[in-house]
Design a protein around this ligand. Sequence first.
Ligand code: ADP
Length: 267
Amino acid sequence: MSFDINQYKIESEPFYQAQGNEVERYQAAYAARLPVMVKGPTGCGKSRFVEHMAWKLGKPLITVSCNEDITAADLVGRFLLDASGTRWVDGPLTLAARYGAICYLDEIVEARQDTMVVIHALTDHRRELPLDKKGEVVKAHPDFQLVISYNPGYQSVMKDLKQSTKQRFTAMEFDYPTPELETQVVAKETGIDEHTAAKLVEVANAARKLKGHGLDEGISTRLVVYAGILIKQGMPAAEAAEMAMVTPITDDAEVRESLLHTIELVL
Ligand code: ADP
């Protein structure tokens, strides 16, 4: 049975509001099949950007959201038992390498350390993936590219990428868009008017100033979009902002009060 990698192609254009020349930079990296690291806080558009680029380049995209339970075998593949005995099943990284897709490992730093070994072989000039258990070395398809995302804000001694891994990637830095661009993103994603979108963005930017002063991470664009969606459902703006932009991100009564006060002033 042959495998159809085209099922991973993205059919319609994912909306992506560029912040600079990141589209051109990515195209240059892809043209040379260089591995790319997208860096930045959670919910600022990294995954959307990668989806947009896969669509633009017409290449299949295989995404793996990494967590602490992800092991090398989850990426590479394993033998499974079935009625006729054991059968090798390729993991997502192997599928991408074998058939030619962009493989996006989201929040790679969360995965177990043994996953780094398999990434390393694919990111140097060899572009190969050894399947030790199967006794096969997969030569990467010419279209294969590896992309990882990384949130430097979460880094700790335990959870940071090693230099030996970092130094195998080109990198692009992302941040929350400027207020003007973020307003457009929120209006376009949710269908609310630009005036209301701008107010939500104003609240988000006020909250982002609290990062390091009671908040670990600012309000993401994702959460601003959620607030817009709730408003579109008919919820009053202040209530939507509280539900999407305050309650999820803090358990601290003082920070909560201060954010609610901002909402009261702005919305
Ligand atoms: P990340 O991967 O950085 O955690 P996502 O790419 O999932 O974040 O972005 C979260 C949401 O924010 C997206 O689903 C989209 O609605 C919105 N978003 C953020 N930035 C942009 C952008 N530049 N263009 C379009 N949508 C964006």
